[in-house]
Design a protein around this ligand. Sequence first.
Ligand code: FJE
Ligand code: FE
Length: 292
Amino acid sequence: MTSRSVRTVTECVEQSEGDGAIIKRCLGEDVSDIVDPFLMLDEFVVNPPTGFPDHPHRGFELVSYILQGTGQHEDFMGHKGKLKMGDVQWLTAGRGIVHCEWSFGQEKAHGLQLWINLAKEDKMQEPSCQEILADNIPRTSKEGVEVKVIAGEAFGVKSTIRTRTPTLYLHFTMKEGTSLNQPIPKGWNTFVHVLSGQALFGPESKEKLIKPTQTAIFYAEGDCVIVQNQGSIPCSFILLAGQPLKEPVAQQGPFVMNTEEELHQAMEDYKSCTNGFERARSWQSSFLQSSS
Ligand code: FJE
Ligand code: FE
């Protein structure tokens, strides 16, 4: 097996988004070519009573993973609920969703939101949502390395999430002094984002030390990722891999299509509440209703 090497290390950029929320953008449009099919990774911190008021999405999937605290969400399909620590919401926006994401209770909510692009033929499908509660996320450990399998398979354990764009989403926690060799499907793009501790990523003599707030994107050549935790505390990180779509991307904020024309159509459809946005005409989240 040949190990993949780190190609680029990015530092998160902190910015304010939505209504008082703070996000650290870990992956943005500048690197979307080398992380295709991934569009964005944000580490968010939402302090009560803030969040992201009613807004649309079209053409991609959004994966929210709560690391700490509780988040609330509500969408125009009538789907509404709370996400607690360790829970995952896998939302396929498809032709259109309008939703609201905000804090719950007194405690700040901290988590990750990943945007995964959809293939041309999947962009206009009906929106759908999969949720797995923390206790139901398959997990296992081997030689001091724990893995939670959010999507795909690791250490012989499979996730129940149905991905449209083939994706591997793993959350590893490596004890001090442990190492890991994770196979990555041929040709898939892959990156890691460290949450706590630190670890060495890549083949011997070419390994790079990655720390919290950093994201390491790997070269597409090779069939595994090698990790070593030589630090004095455990290292927690997420590893993503996805089959590249190799399709043109036309993006404007929450709309991600293939052409400028489709992009204008998406904005027009949202404005006029048509072509999948019909329900936006009469819907407002209870969050906005209670604050107006
Ligand atoms: C969005 C700006 C935004 N990262 N992480 C522009 F902030 C958003 C948006 C989010 C978001 C929401 C959560 Cl809960 C967590 C996030 C960006 O809602 F959609 C656009 N277009
Ligand atoms: Fe959203």
